[in-house]
Design a protein around this ligand. Sequence first.
Ligand code: NAD
Length: 477
Amino acid sequence: MASHVLDFSTYYNIIDNKLTSTAITRHGINPANAQPNPEVPISTQADLDQAVEAAQKAFKIWSKTSFEERRAALHAYADAIEANAEKLAQILTMEQGKPLTQSSAEVGMAPGWIRGLSALEIPRNVIEETEEKTIIQRYTPIGVAAAIVPWNFPVLLAIGKIVSAVYTGNTVIVKPSPFTPYCGLKLVELATHSFPPGVVQCLSGDDTLGPMITEHPGIDKISFTGSILTGKRVMASCAKTLKRVTLELGGNDPAIICEDVDIDAVIPKVGILSYLCSAQICMMIKRLYVHEKIYDEFMEKLVAFVKTLKVGDGTGADIFFGPVQNKMQYEKAKELFGSITTENLKAALGGTIEDSTGYFIHPTIIDNPPEDSRVVHEEPFAPILPVLKWSDEEDVIDRANALETGLGSSVWCSDLDRASRIADQLQSGVVWVNSHFQVAPNAPFGGHKQSGMGVEWGLSGLLAYCNSQTQWLNKSP
Ligand code: NAD
C-alpha cells in the first residue's frame, strides 16, 4: 500500500502509465485567496494522438478481460484512493474552494462508486430459445472513451466515468476542467498502479483540448458533463464521426413544499440542499416553491437557518460556504445579483456581493420574485435562491415544468399519495420525495429536455458505454 501514496507537489499527464509533462504549462487559481496553484501540462494534439494510440492498443487486450478481472483491478483502485483520501480532499478544497467537510465527503464517495458500479451485472439476454435457434442480446465495449469533466464535482464525476468505461471493457482518457485539473491528474496517476498501460489516461490542457478530443477520429465515445451551451457544441462535434455521446448538462431544479410538512424538520434539509458547494451543483434546489399557507413562517425560519451557515476559506473549521470556484463564475454572479436592483426584487437575506480577495459570496434569498425574473429562469450556480409562493397544485406543477431544463425536482409532503401524484407529473430525470440530490452508484441519473442525453450510473449508465449486439445462433448450418 505504501507505494500507492502519492506526492502531491507536482502534476503530470498520464499517458500509457507514464508521467509526462509538456513544453508549456499553466496553473489553476485557489479561489479562496486568488493565489496560483501548481503548474499543470497544456496538452497538444501530439499528446492526444499518443494517448489515443495507447488507448487503442490497450483496448485490444482490456476488452477481452473478464468482468472478474476488471472488478479486481477496480477494487485495488478503490483501496488506493482510500489510502490517499485525506490528501485528495485537501487538494480538492485548494482547487475547487468547497469546504474540507464537503471535499472529504466527495472523495469519500469515490470508493463506494467504484465498488457499487462494478457490482452490477451486465446482462446477456436470451430473447428466444427454440429447437432451431437461439437469439441473444449481449453488450460489447465501444472502444476508446473520453471523459470530459466540469469543475464543480471533479472527483466523483471523473470516477463515475472512469469506472463505467473500464468495467465495461473500454479504455478511457480523462480530461479535467482547466479550472480544477489537480485531483483528476492524481486520481489517474493512482490508477497506474491498478490498470495496465493505456487503460486509464489523463490529459490536462487549456480550452483547446476539449474540442480536439471531440473531433478525434480515434475516440469512440464521449461522456460529457458541463453546461448546456458546451453540451450542444460537443454533440455537434461528435456528429461528424458519429461518436457515441452521453451529455449531463445544467439544471434549474424546482422543489415544491406542501403545506402539511413539519417546517422545523424540513428547513435545515432544504437550506443545505439549496446551498451545498455554494450552490454550484447541477442538481441543487434552485427554485423553491412554498405553499402560501406556510410561506411566511417558512421564509422566516429559512432565513434564520441560512444565517447560521458560515462563509469563509474552506480550510477553516465549520465553514459551510467556501468561495465560488473561479473569477468568471464570480463575475457572472455579480451580474446576476445586479438584477435584484434592475428587476426590483426583494432580498429576504443578503442581496449584495462585497469585494474580497477570494471569490466569496454571502447567501442570498429572494422573496417571491416574479416567475419571469432572471433568478428564477436562469441557472445561477451561485448562492442566490428564489423562494416563490404557490396555492394551486396544477399551477405549481406547470411552473415547475415550465423551463427547458429537467434535471432534478422534489416534492416535500407528509401525504405520500399526494407527493407521488405530484412527483409523477414532474418532467425531470430524477424526482425525490422529501429529499433532493440523493445519489447512488446503482441508481441512474440524467436529464430530461435540455438537461442532457442519456444517463450515467446504474445499469443503464453502464450500458451507455456498450454496443448492443444481437446474435442469431442457428443450430443447423
Ligand atoms: P463547461 O461546459 O464550461 O465545461 C465542462 C467541461 O467541458 C470542461 O472540462 C471544459 O474544459 C470542457 N469544454 C469546454 N468547451 C468544450 C468544447 N467546445 N468541447 C469539449 N469540451 C469542452 O461547464 P462547467 O462550467 O465546467 O460546469 C458547470 C456546468 O455543468 C453547469 O451548467 C452545471 O449545471 C453543469 N453540470 C451538470 C452536471 C450533470 O450531471 N448534469 C453535473 C455537474 C455540472
